[in-house]
Design a binder for this molecule. Structure first.
Ligand code: ATP
Length: 419
């Protein structure tokens, strides 16, 4: 089946909102083995919306759309699709009941009674399959005629994502005899091209399972996907491929199906019953933000100090005045003392520190923008890394801070592994 994605909304066209829906849908369709050949964005304009639907159906069997399902006059997606398929609109009673329930439960006073335009959300093209919306008011729907199907979902990602994952994908895969199962192998410290180079012949030699590389800022992952008659069989096919990749580049793999470095860090610390404390200059708390973004991180995260002023480094972290005077705040020695200091004051098993020059100003010949030191202090591993994270481009401040954050997280993982 060939598909395309159309996201509706003037705010998307103007760049006010990032089109995260398209990313999520594209990934989901690809994982389900549905080819996506086009993506487009169209404003809330009836004629242009009509034109894009017509064009999309000329070249694709399936259109997955988001946005424009709300109650207001400019929410037109459903009506336009109904018109394309020549279907009349009909009240869908369960959707109306749901709307009434939402208004009753979550609104008070005069707002308890929904306005007339809200009822529009409960009208569906005849013959549509309706996807209920547990996280909002506008239901989703699918309309099919012959081999052409349009799937419509609400715009807000917190409504669209669960609807797509739990209802739309199973609906689209209902006739498929095959199941697709993937394993994501997360890699740090080895670039996409180096990984591809190493696995190139192996990747080309396979068509089931397939191996696809995906680059992310500062890291990458490989997705290995098997198509089989059932889940067990697919998993059996995946296992030797994952083993082989592990044999080839195992030192760089930080997790399988783990999602990201911070989750791998929190899991490993939990598994080993360890605590971490962070002392950050340069990254401004980014390392602690990443760790504490993971559910259950309070079991492994003691405290974080965001120490920019020398005073703070001395008073709170116990960095020696002489160290700062002799070597400077961005130095091997300061990073080491910051890591030891945070470990001591937090009572954590692992202390991690970051100090560096994120730029664009502040660099010198000896200490250029992008110079970052990461200190690790623990019983298992005590070392300080000197990194050069600038690529010589403009506006790198965030890139330097983010890649420093990743290196710090990876260092925590290494220290935890060494326990
Ligand atoms: P509502 O019931 O809220 O009116 P809707 O289906 O009409 O839902 P829109 O009005 O098009 O959806 O979008 C509502 C909000 O959802 C947008 O302002 C935007 O914040 C977010 N949104 C819409 N489309 C996308 C998208 N493609 N990617 C990310 N966010 C989106």
């Amino acid at each position: 089946m060939n598909a395309e994605i159309i996201c509706v909304g003037t705010e998307l066209l103007l760049g006010d909102v990032v089109n995260t829906n398209a990313v999520h849908i594209a990934k989901g369709l690809a994982a389900a083995g549905i080819n996506v050949y086009y993506q487009s964005v169209v404003g809330d304009n009836p004629q242009r919306l009509k034109d894009s639907i017509r064009l999309a159906f000329k070249r694709s069997d399936l259109i997955v759309m988001t946005g424009g399902l709300g109650p207001t006059y400019d929410d037109l997606t459903k009506e336009t699709v109904a018109e394309y398929f020549g279907r009349k609109m009909k009240l869908h009673q369960p959707s109306l009941d749901h709307l009434n329930e939402v208004f009753n439960k979550f609104y008070s006073g005069q707002y308890k009674k929904m306005t007339e335009n809200n009822v529009k959300q409960a009208y569906m093209p005849r013959g549509a399959v309706v996807f209920d919306n547990k996280n909002g008011t506008a239901p989703g729907l699918a309309v099919t005629d012959g081999n052409k199907t349009a799937v419509l979902m609400p715009g807000p990602p917190r409504e669209m994502v669960p609807m797509f994952d739990n209802q739309v994908l199973p609906y689209l895969s209902r006739d498929s005899k095959k199941v697709l199962v993937s394993k994501n192998i997360y890699i740090f410290g080895m670039g996409e091209s180096a990984v591809e180079d190493m696995l190139h012949d192996y990747m080309l030699s396979m068509d089931n399972p397939t191996i696809a590389p995906y680059a992310r800022t500062g890291e990458m992952y490989l997705r290995v996907t098997a198509s089989a008659d059932n889940k067990g069989q697919a998993e059996e096919m995946l296992s030797p491929v994952v083993d082989k990749i592990q044999n080839l580049i195992g030192d760089y793999i930080y997790g399988i199906d783990v999602g990201n470095l911070e989750t791998a860090v929190v899991r490993k610390l939990k598994e080993k019953n360890l605590m971490v404390g962070t002392a950050e200059s340069c990254t401004g708390g980014w390392v602690s933000k990443q760790i504490t973004g993971v559910e259950g991180s309070s079991e492994v995260f003691g405290c974080g100090v965001c120490a920019y002023a020398n005073e703070t480094k001395i008073k709170v972290l116990g960095v020696k005045k002489e160290t700062l005077a002799q070597f400077g705040a961005v130095s091997f020695e300061t990073a080491r003392e910051m890591a030891a200091g945070i470990r001591k004051i937090s009572g954590a098993d692992i202390g991690i520190s970051v100090t560096g020059i994120a730029g664009p100003g502040g660099g010198t010949e000896q200490k250029p923008v992008g110079l970052v030191y990461i200190g690790i202090d623990s019983k298992s591993l005590t070392e300080t890394l000197e990194l050069t994270l600038s690529r010589g481009y403009q506006n790198e401040r965030d890139h330097i801070r983010y890649t420093a954050t990743l290196r710090a997280l990876h260092s925590i993982l290494r220290a935890a592994n060494a326990f």
